[in-house]
Design a protein around this ligand. Structure first.
Ligand code: AR6
Length: 180
């Protein structure tokens, strides 16, 4: 499913983030930037040790911010590492921190003149963010960013499994219909 915003495309795909041929892929990391499970584990496995070396040198990343490394052996030239919030009950700043993780990642992409970015669904695995609420924040934040910034031409959400894809599709369709 696709939506056009200004001259950019926002699209949804089902699949594996590590296989994407966008210029950058985004990692759902933790504040140490030293690796973990889920997307993080898959990216370091597929990209090789160079990414971890760069992450060690960077020395960590606060929740809601982002840092950039090369893509090692990945097709993507860059990995943007961002840290989403651990979900507690939604009343501990989680929505703002999740939006900030997406915005910080897009800001870094813009600074590096990156034209295409693939995102996973940040915080919805080990960090427990409910998928629908996370999809609402993810899609709204990216849409708002693309409305205000030229340069990035493609943002692709790569959803893991049919259930995640269907949730994002439903939310994006509702956004489009409401024209919000
Ligand atoms: N491609 C795309 N999406 C994936 C993939 C993949 N290869 N693998 C899992 N997902 P998670 P978080 C989905 O746990 O919740 C790590 O240990 C998954 O189904 O990767 O932000 C880090 O080091 C889920 O919907 O990230 C942190 O400690 C989504 O990606 C912590 O997990 C995010 O799941 C971060 O947790």
């Amino acid at each position: 499913m696709k939506m056009t915003i200004q001259k950019a495309i926002l699209e949804l795909a089902e699949g594996d983030i590590t296989l994407q041929d966008t210029e950058a892929i985004v990692n759902a990391a933790n504040t140490t930037l030293l690796g973990g499970g889920g997307v993080d584990g898959a990216i370091h496995r597929a990209g090789g040790p160079q990414i971890l070396e760069e992450c060690k040198w960077i020395g960590g990343c606060p929740t809601g911010e982002a840092r950039i490394t090369t893509g090692g052996r990945l097709k993507a030239r860059y990995v943007i590492h961002t840290v989403g919030p651990v979900y507690r009950d939604g009343r501990h700043g989680e929505p703002e921190l999740l939006a900030s993780a997406y915005r910080s990642s897009l800001n870094l992409a813009s600074q590096h003149k990156i034209k295409s970015v693939a995102f996973p669904s940040i915080s919805t695995g080990a960090y427990g963010y409910p998928m629908e609420a996370a999809a609402q924040i993810a899609l709204t934040t990216v849409r708002n960013y693309l409305e205000g910034h030229l340069g990035i031409r493609l943002v692709r959400f790569v959803l893991f499994g049919t259930m995640a894809y269907e949730v994002y599709e439903r939310v994006l369709r509702a956004m489009r219909e409401e024209g919000r």
